[in-house]
Design a protein around this ligand. Structure first.
Ligand code: GTP
Ligand code: MG
Length: 545
């Protein structure tokens, strides 16, 4: 990628030109331009789910015993992968080659002899070494993961702004260990529900899997008792024999609330190492929040929500289309956090999700588009990619080879600058950001920022944002342009993206008081308002129509 100073004029190119017929100038295809091997989302999910179900998470009081854990576990079968997370919990995540090894290990484990302990069985174990000295296991190799230290100062030594952005992305992205833990926690929940619901699936969605997550991000999960899946596991053999079951009362939403109430209670009372269980059921998307201590993950559990899972797959695919998408998103998210323009809790500020949508829209809007429009992906959907659930059409292709080549060769640094410039001049008062057709369309209402939900155009995914926070975002972008322009020289202390990632440095003074921009609201209300929007987008509130 080129440096930020190298601008290149591009020939005019309309959005509709981003069609299959327009790639004659290059024969390298979108897929060929990617340096990494494309892994389809569903394949990735399947592999990680299977991996998680073959894994156990064992903690121990001292890191000296880690090799002993490994030695003990090897007795139960071949180990595919072992990872030691070197924090105060000394967690060791062990993936066996075969699920039967897990079963054998669990059948040999015992419960603590304490009458107050509820004797639940799970794949979360504690290891108490009997005799440390006897062993010569120190030679055994265990992959050790240190808690992530994201030192921004390292960016100083990069050669170009594009390199800085790549480095930021690579150091911040979800690690293999994070990802394993996310899928592991889902698989443990599945285990606990499988007695009543053998086909039940608990899957991560959101930043854990959409390719835009940062190490340490929360874990969003959805539970589905009987996924309507083509998977052979769900194909029934007998047409005449049916299970007798109870009927639930009320509509889908009320059912989700009842189920989550029970699941929250089960998690609180029976699931090991789950704490701070909080039922948030009156939000329009009911969820249960809790902290999973063994993995140190903040978890949100929702009842099945096709919109959220399809959105995760779509975002993942957008990230796969071009190598520049994820580093650009990572830099924009990091900048917004550093400048307090967004926060991890929901509120009237842009969420990470909104920021991602803004970056994607910008990349669709380049004169030579880098990303195709959603309508284009929708039109290219093959027979096996057509999905309609509750009347909502979620069809889009995830086949890279069906996509044309982008002729855009702008560097990452250049794109970052252009991103900020694009939105400092965008007329938010008149226009919505339509990712469906990659263009600015008239706003249907007076919301300060309008980004139609890709699957349900009548819903605004950024409805939570108020005027002052949008203004704050815009001022932040103006300041970022200024900082990048005045710090492009590698000799300066905070050069390149360092100038926009350090709070307060080199910023042009802005007209508003910071307290005007970031007033604190009641956290519970904020959460509810964000979630309620999400539900309205997700089309889950049938009951409320
Ligand atoms: P983090 O801030 O890292 O957690 O990013 P995230 O993408 O996981 O966001 P969040 O946990 O808030 O939401 C999880 C997923 O729910 C997102 O990735 C989206 O797919 C979906 N989602 C979140 N907010 C909205 C919204 O406002 N509208 C809609 N339609 N979907 C949303
Ligand atoms: Mg999340």
């Amino acid at each position: 990628y080129k440096q930020i100073s190298r601008y290149k004029s591009t020939s005019s190119h309309s959005f509709n030109d981003f069609g299959p017929g327009n790639h004659q100038n290059k024969n390298t295809g979108a897929a060929a331009q990617n340096k990494h091997v494309h892994k389809p989302y569903k394949e990735m999910q399947r592999a990680k789910r299977a991996q998680a179900h073959r894994s156990v998470l064992i903690n121990t009081s001292s890191s000296i015993s880690v090799p002993l854990i490994y030695k003990e576990c090897r007795q139960y079968g071949k180990i595919n992968h072992v990872c030691h997370f070197k924090d105060e919990k000394n967690s060791v995540l062990i993936e066996f080659a075969s699920p039967s090894s897990v079963r054998e290990l669990l059948s040999s484990a015992s419960h603590f002899q304490n009458p107050q302990n509820i004797p639940v069985q799970s794949r979360l174990l504690h290891f108490q070494p009997r005799d440390l000295l006897r062993s010569s296991v120190n030679k055994l190799k265990v992959h050790t993961v240190e808690p992530p230290k994201l030192e921004l100062s390292r960016l100083h030594f990069a050669k170009t702004i594009s390199d800085q952005m790549q480095m930021l992305h690579l150091t911040h992205q979800i690690s293999d260990f994070d990802s394993r833990l996310h899928f592991f926690v889902c698989s443990c929940l599945e285990d606990s529900l499988s007695g009543l619901f053998p086909h039940c699936i608990v899957e991560p969605f959101g930043s854990s899997v959409n390719g835009f997550g940062k190490s340490g991000c929360d874990l969003d999960m959805e539970v589905d008792f009987l996924p309507n899946n083509k998977d052979s596991r769900f194909q029934t053999k007998s047409k005449s024999m049916k299970f007798r079951t109870n009927k639930h009362k009320g509509n889908e939403r009320e059912f989700a609330q009842q189920i989550l109430q029970v699941l929250g209670d089960v998690i609180q009372h029976f699931m090991p190492t789950c704490a701070g269980v909080h039922h948030i059921l009156n939000a329009r998307v009911p969820i249960v929040k809790f902290f999973h201590k063994a993995s140190s993950l903040e978890c949100d559990l929702a009842f099945k929500n096709p919109s959220a899972s399809q959105m995760s797959e779509l975002l993942y695919f957008f990230g796969e289309i071009d190598d520049r998408v994820r580093p650009l998103v990572a830099t924009v998210k990091e900048w917004a956090h550093a400048k307090n323009l967004t926060r991890s809790n929901p509120g009237p500020w842009p969420s990470n999700f909104t920021l991602i949508m803004m970056v994607l829209f910008f990349l669709q809007s380049r004169r030579q588009p880098i990303l195709p429009t959603f309508n284009h992906l929708h039109r290219l959907a093959g027979q096996d990619e057509r999905i309609v659930i509750d009347g909502i059409n979620f069809s889009f292709t995830t086949n890279l080879s069906r996509l044309p080549v982008t002729q855009n060769d702008e560097g990452l640094g250049e794109l970052l600058m252009e991103f900020f410039n694009f939105y400092t001049t965008f007329d938010f008062t008149k226009y919505a950001l339509s990712l469906n057709d990659g263009s600015a369309t008239s706003k249907p209402d007076s919301a300060p920022l309008y980004i139609p939900n890709l699957f349900e155009l009548g819903h605004n995914v950024s409805r939570n944002i108020n005027d002052s926070h949008l203004l704050g975002l815009r001022h932040g972008m103006e300041a970022a342009v200024y900082s990048l322009e005045t710090n492009s020289n590698r000799e300066s202390n905070n050069w390149g993206i360092l100038s926009i990632l350090h709070p307060g440095d080199n910023e042009r003074p802005i007209q508003m008081r910071v307290s005007d921009l970031f007033h604190q609201d009641n956290e519970e209300d904020l959460h509810t308002s964000n979630i309620s929007e999400m539900n309205s987008d997700a089309g889950m509130a049938d009951s409320e129509k």
